[in-house]
Design a protein around this ligand. Structure first.
Ligand SMILES: Nc1ncnc2c1ncn2[C@@H]1O[C@H](COP(=O)(O)OP(=O)(O)OP(=O)(O)O)[C@@H](O)[C@H]1O
Length: 596
């Protein structure tokens, strides 16, 4: 024998309120939606039928109830049983069960949301010339249907829904709350909606085109809209139009930097009814620099109507919106490079993050973003045009230290030490195989520094011997070269590769045997050391080279070593600090005429 399921309405309402809807406020949206759909249905056969929705809040009715009146299609007695009293049954689906395009509703559960604020829902409805039917649904699952007596018969087709409030939910039915919610959800609806006599529908969407309006006036209006809705005056307003998704709208470009890691929230309308102000995932993740407001007819809501259903159309829309933003950026580069430069100034981090994966954005950075170089600030495109190979350093500290030295050796260098820069430079050949890029290593720079004449080289051997002896315990290789700028006495050179091995070796000294053996396996066979290159063009270094007093020479060498470390923003180890102390105190002692 077959039985029919029974539904525990209290359980269902509990489910809706705790798991489906984020807040009871959705009840206003569901009631407006039903009223608008009913008018749409009536106008399908009677295009001249009146289309009005008016809501009387409890502040107006005075008896605590809220009433929603519409001039829609109404229901017959049989439809009342079928549609109002059957959870999940909807008149807005076609024979195959698909949502019908012209309606906002589709799931057949919207009316239940009224139980979030009401104990009792009363519907008085009239379809065509049929008698007025009165249906009352109670939160405990009972319902009654009666044909209205003559004194309560409706004079025209349409429906009135009356809510008797739940205890503790009375405030949801009051004038202020209802007006605010009706305005929030329904301000763009194509049908006139009033709350307590006040219009909440404010006419066409902000992107609606009015032929008589000038471009400047339109922009001012859109700016004002962004200010009202998002609270900022946009850098630009990008109009969006994707006919395949029935989507129109505007992307407002943020005037200040946004965190690329935070997903942007957008204001999305479905068939002119607000779905949510905080829709994520409408745009690709990289489009963090805009806030959109869009209306679409083709995207589908989830049953809560608070999010978009993740399907193939949403995926296509996301791609198309991404293309629109990309198009805006590249067009700006063509038509108004100065504005693009301003945009990049604000949003460069995000655009760079995107350029790591996207060729168009990489091209944008290549052509328009000004990098710091040791030959002035310029774009990578300019740099390449002037100097051929795009040589760069991957740390800001390294750049600060080496840029002047490299410039003096006529080696143009780009500072790629900021976040994403190195990754972008590594990817540049993706744009064009002919673009050559190269990291300048410290050892490569050392080879560019001019060696000394043979005579000088011979003469400085005693200096080198003392300097090597003094610095050997500190694990640094000593060189003497002649280079510009002459004001720099010594240069501490450490490649990132060498730095890693130096760190590992230092780690080895500081840990127990097991760890030392593990770390040792990484450094095995590597003897590279950081280099300290003394500059023979520097007058002080020349003087030190000529010192006959070995003790004084060693003190000077230690001092110059620590100074080079400090200039290179290198951390000082205990041994370096000890060398600094020894040198400083020793030199001080010598200066005051004593000895160590
Ligand atoms: N004001 C109204 N006038 C005429 N019919 C209505 C009205 N309100 C509700 N109905 C009928 O009741 C049915 C159920 O309404 P309900 O709001 O629960 O679901 P829905 O609007 O079909 O779908 P959704 O859950 O997506 O809102 C509707 O399909 C419609 O036929």
């Amino acid at each position: 024998m077959a039985y029919t399921f029974h539904v525990d309405l209290r359980g269902i309402v509990d489910l809706l309120s705790h798991h489906l809807y984020a807040s009871p406020r959705v009840y206003v949206r569901e009631l407006m939606q039903n009223a608008v759909d009913a008018i749409t249905a009536r106008r399908a056969t009677d295009p001249a039928a009146p289309g009005e929705v008016w809501i009387e809040s409890s502040s107006r009715t005075g008896d605590g109830t809220l009433r929603v009146h519409d001039t829609g299609i109404g229901l017959t007695e049989q439809q009342v049983h079928e549609l109002l009293a059957t959870i999940g049954r909807s008149s807005k689906r076609d024979d195959l069960g698909f949502a019908r395009h012209e309606f906002l509703g589709q799931f057949g559960i919207g009316l239940l949301s009224c139980f979030l604020v009401a104990d009792e829902i009363r519907v008085s409805t009239r379809h065509g010339d049929q008698p007025t039917v009165e249906w009352t649904g109670f939160a405990d699952g009972r319902y009654q249907v009666v044909v209205a007596p003559a004194d309560r018969a409706r004079s025209a087709p349409g429906t009135t829904v009356t809510l008797a409030p739940r205890r503790d939910a009375e405030h949801w039915l009051r004038g202020d709350a209802v007006r605010g919610l009706a305005r929030l959800f329904g301000s763009m609806l194509p049908i006139d909606v009033r709350v307590d006599g006040e219009a909440v529908t404010t006419g066409p969407a902000p992107w609606h085109r009015d032929r008589a309006e000038s471009a400047a006036a339109r922009r001012t209006r859109l700016d004002r809209y962004a200010q009202e809705v998002f609270g900022f005056r946009p850098f630009d307003a990008i109009e969006l139009d994707i006919p395949a998704a029935g989507l129109r709208g505007v992307a407002f470009v943020l005037p200040v930097a946004a965190n690329p890691a935070t997903r942007s929230a957008h204001r999305v309308y479905l068939k002119q009814m607000l779905l949510s102000e905080t829709i994520e995932g409408l745009l690709p993740d990289w489009a963090f620099f805009v806030r959109c407001v869009v209306d679409t007819t083709e995207l589908r809501p989830t049953a809560s109507r608070e999010a978009l259903y993740e399907d193939a159309i949403l995926e296509e829309v996301r791609t198309a919106l991404g293309d629109a933003l990309r198009g805006w950026l590249t067009a700006l580069g063509r038509t108004d490079p100065r504005r693009l430069a301003t945009f990049l100034q604000v949003h460069h981090l995000g655009v760079k993050a995107l350029a790591v994966e996207d060729d168009d954005m990489l091209r944008l950075i290549y052509d328009w973003w000004r990098f710091e170089t040791n030959v002035g600030s310029m774009t990578l495109a300019e740099f390449r045009e002037r100097y051929g190979v795009v040589r760069y350093l991957t740390s800001v500290d390294e750049f600060r230290q080496l840029a002047p030295v490299a410039a003096a050796q006529a080696i143009p260098l780009v500072n790629a030490g900021y976040v994403y820069d190195a990754a972008l430079l590594r990817r540049l050949s993706d744009l064009d195989d002919a673009i050559e890029t190269e990291v300048l290593t410290a050892s490569a720079l050392a080879t560019q520094l001019e060696p000394l004449d043979a005579d000088v080289e011979r003469a400085v051997q005693p200096f080198l011997a003392v300097a090597r002896r003094a610095l050997e315990p500190l694990g640094v290789e000593v060189l003497l070269r002649a280079f510009e700028p002459a004001s720099l006495p010594a240069l501490y050179l450490l490649d990132s590769d060498t730095a890693l091995h130096v760190d590992l070796r230092r780690g080895q000294e500081a840990v127990d045997e097991t760890w030392a053996a593990i770390l040792g396996s990484f450094t095995a066979g590597r003897q590279d050391l950081p280099q300290l290159v003394f500059n023979h063009r520097n007058p002080l270094v020349r003087q030190v080279c000529g010192l006959g007093d070995e003790e004084l020479l060693a003190l000077a060498v230690e001092g110059l070593y620590v100074q080079a470390l400090l200039l290179g923003h290198q951390p000082l180890r205990p041994a370096d600090t000890a060398a600094l102390n020894q040198s400083f105190l020793g030199l001080l002692g010598r200066a005051m005429g004593g000895s160590r």
